[in-house]
Design a binder for this molecule. Sequence first.
Ligand code: ZN
Length: 234
Amino acid sequence: MKITVWNENLHEQKDPRVTANYPGGIHGFIASILAEDGHECRTATLDMPEHGLTDEVLADTDVLLWWGHIGHRLVDDAIVEKVYNRVQEGMGLIVLHSGHHSKIFKKLMGTTCNLKWRHDARERIWVVKPSHPIAAGVEDGFLLECEEMYGEAYDIPNPEDVIFMGWFNGGEVFRSGCTWTRGNGKIFYFQPGHETNTAYHNENVKKILKNAVKWACPTVNGAIPVQKFAALEE
Ligand code: ZN
């Protein structure tokens, strides 16, 4: 499987806590997790020509992961359109943490994707759909000692599956792991991953990312065509 991990890579340039948590940046760290399963992993960042998402790279990507936060508005609309079209064709898309407000996620969802938030909460993640392949081998009710709270109401279209529910020590709850299909493309949103916390070091989170790319890998590739269809019977 061919995976591209995209990160705006902006916090890494100004906050030493982020590179202390994630040497090589969040993109490099996530790519190293997924490479453990033998996937071909490349990274792409905002500052690269075409944000590193050229036609060649997108055509050669089975699953794209997206981490963005303070640079959403800097992402070129033409690139968003290309990613959108690749998802329709079948490329898997995994949107992480503050990527909920990325142009690509909002375009695919068609809603504001707004939510409640505050820093530094303790989170428990419950598996609410144990039969889903993304939940395979994930410990029920696992704990993240410090993570950013994202809370309901979360303005998303009804997910096809809610696999994980987050509970925070302020009492808030959140649909932390949700799936949708758009065209042939499978989409997974996963909430943990604030840049100054360490969620991607958690073994359950790593397992979820590994399961998610396998689940999102295309089974069909190519836009669903418009066809004139002959009648089967006279
Ligand atoms: Zn955050």
